[in-house]
Design a protein around this ligand. Structure first.
Ligand code: SF4
Length: 210
């Protein structure tokens, strides 16, 4: 299988429970909830995306002909020793391309494999960390994992209904939008009202990291 990768870079994980961890970010091209074109945003199932996932032209991006080739690229991007290797596979929607072969090849190179997914496709077996970020109006089938990251506020999502899903951590994260101050206030409000939820901030944006 050929993998289409938008970008692949070394950084610190900025969000969620693993924030602050050195990680290779592997961003697959493409999403099943938006084309990535601005002219389609208003009618997309997900309309608040803050990520460019179109094409393969980003830093470290490209087309990779096999899982082994892509895993070797991730390892070269890590560019350090064998300890604490972490790759965060994101997108776009990573479950459109991620397969067990790639997970195995990354494990062979000593990586823990984390994903950040919208949850509308089932997660592949063998993952070490599953972060689901649900989008209003979509059918989330992946209802278990390590962290549920709710970007907030979103109309038509009731946090109380999500609390029965099988996640270890429930995180609420202010939406990165024009009305950011209101979003921060709403996210703080949710964490204060419902203690199951913890506030998550996009620290990489505060710090100027990719
Ligand atoms: S599901 Fe994620 S990657 Fe896809 S459009 Fe929404 S925020 Fe962007």
């Amino acid at each position: 299988m050929t993998y289409a990768v938008k970008e692949c870079f070394l950084t610190l994980q900025g969000e969620g429970v693993q924030a602050g961890s050195r990680a290779v970010f592997l961003r697959f091209a493409g999403c099943n909830l938006w084309s990535g074109r601005e002219q389609d945003r208003a009618t997309a199932q997900c309309s608040f995306c803050d990520t460019d996932f179109v094409g393969t032209d980003g830093a470290g991006g490209g087309k990779f002909a096999s899982a082994g080739e892509l895993a070797a690229h991730v390892e070269a991007t890590w560019s350090a020793g064998a300890e604490q290797r972490l790759v965060v596979i994101t997108g776009g929607e990573p479950m459109l391309q991620l397969d067990e072969d790639l997970i195995e090849r990354l494990h062979e190179r000593g990586f823990r494999v984390a994903v950040e997914t919208n949850g509308t496709l089932p997660a592949k077996p063998g993952l070490d960390w599953i972060c689901v970020s649900p989008k209003a109006g979509t059918n989330v089938v992946q209802r278990e994992g390590n962290e549920l990251k709710l970007v907030w506020p979103q109309e038509d999502i009731d946090p109380a209904q999500l609390e029965g899903w099988a996640f270890d951590h429930f995180l609420v994260q202010p939406m990165d939008c024009e009305r950011r101050e209101e979003a921060v206030e709403a996210a703080i409000g949710l964490a204060m009202e419902r203690p199951k939820w913890r506030l998550s901030l996009q620290t990489h944006k505060l710090l100027g990291l990719p």
